[in-house]
Design a protein around this ligand. Structure first.
Ligand SMILES: *[C@@H]1O[C@H](CO)[C@@H](O)[C@H](O)[C@H]1NC(C)=O
Ligand SMILES: *[C@@H]1O[C@H](CO)[C@@H](O)[C@H](O)[C@H]1NC(C)=O
Length: 297
């Protein structure tokens, strides 16, 4: 902690602009911190591993956008054994739709691009604060009736520290809203809806099921999720660091303006935190402040 506090102090003296870029390995998830994570989804839907009915055309094997949400323990995006919500149903059946952010207990929503083959990678970043330390994601398996891959409420604050990185393998999940057994089964709504369930090599226990490999104990992983802690921002509660205009911001106490970093992470973060205006102001007040890698349009 020592050296990052020093950096923080010095930068604040320079310009009364808040900034910290503590990239230490141990960052306490205290209420004045904001953690930025990169999430990557690697897909392993190889024809060799999943030869049965492997979709090769119209459409070939692929994955929809990866939708994600950062939340507290009161919110559930999807959970095994529960019925899919309408928004999860829409994503699982059509691969379209959005996850709504205006919910109790939600801090951030994000999405990463589609993977247009069975094997590929998609990634994005998101942020999390000490009150919202859980992340859930969902991506539709295409083609499929209502199958998806995803994660339910992964905890990012472990024993009081922001997790450095985490790797999780995952398999197919049935949203329970469509009766289809095979990748290309026609739409046939489940009435009533079934609970969300894991698809395994033996379940649903039906030879027509596209993931039915009764001689396997387990399916090979269909995807792997990686969470990588990019940085942790620490707040400075001095008023100067955040103007009155930003009172409405949920981050008004976590006054966060970021030093320019020449990568897309900081640009996205700026956008997300509506920090652009603050940054502009800061930049005009402190002419010597070097701006690099940041577009201020
Ligand atoms: C989650 O956030 C909501 C809205 O701020 C709040 O009402 C709820 O109590 C929170 N849940 C927990 C477990 O803190
Ligand atoms: C994950 O964290 C461990 C321990 O901090 C580190 O050794 C490893 O290099 C990290 N892996 C990635 C992919 O960042």
């Amino acid at each position: 902690m020592g050296s990052s506090n020093l950096v923080f102090g010095v930068l604040c003296l320079l310009g009364n602009i808040v900034v910290t870029l503590a990239k230490s390995n141990r960052d306490i998830c205290s209420p004045d911190t904001l953690a930025v994570y990169r999430i990557k989804m690697d897909s392993h839907w190889y024809k060799n591993s999943f030869p049965k009915q492997y979709p090769t055309s119209r459409p070939p094997a692929q994955f929809s956008r990866l939708h994600g949400i950062v939340h507290n323990s009161s919110y559930i995006l999807w959970r095994e054994g529960l019925e899919a919500t309408p928004e999860v149903r829409l994503i699982a059946e059509k691969g379209s739709g959005e996850i709504l952010e205006q919910r109790k207990g939600v801090r951030d929503v994000f999405a990463a691009g589609r993977i247009l083959q069975g094997v590929g990678m998609t990634e994005t970043i998101f942020y999390s604060d000490a009150k919202h330390t859980k992340v859930s994601v969902i991506s539709k398996i295409v083609p499929s009736p209502d199958w998806f891959v995803g994660l339910d409420s992964i905890e990012l604050c472990m024993n009081g520290y922001w997790l450095n990185n985490l790797t999780i393998e995952a398999g197919p999940i049935d949203a329970g809203t469509d009766e289809g057994f095979t990748f290309t089964a026609p739409n046939w709504a489940s009435e009533p809806q079934s609970p969300i369930s894991m698809i395994t090599s033996k379940n649903p226990s039906h030879p027509a099921n596209s993931f039915y490999y009764p001689y396997l104990n387990e399916l090979p992983p269909l995807v792997t999720f990686h969470f990588i802690k990019e940085r942790v921002y620490r707040a400075n509660n001095k008023r100067l660091c955040f103007g009155p205009k930003h009172k409405k911001s949920k981050f008004s106490k976590i006054s966060t303006v970021v030093v320019p970093l020449p990568d897309s992470t900081s640009r996205t973060l700026h956008k997300r935190l509506h920090a652009r205006r603050i940054y502009k102001k800061a930049a005009s007040e402190f002419n010597n402040w070097k701006i690099s890698g940041l577009s201020l349009e």
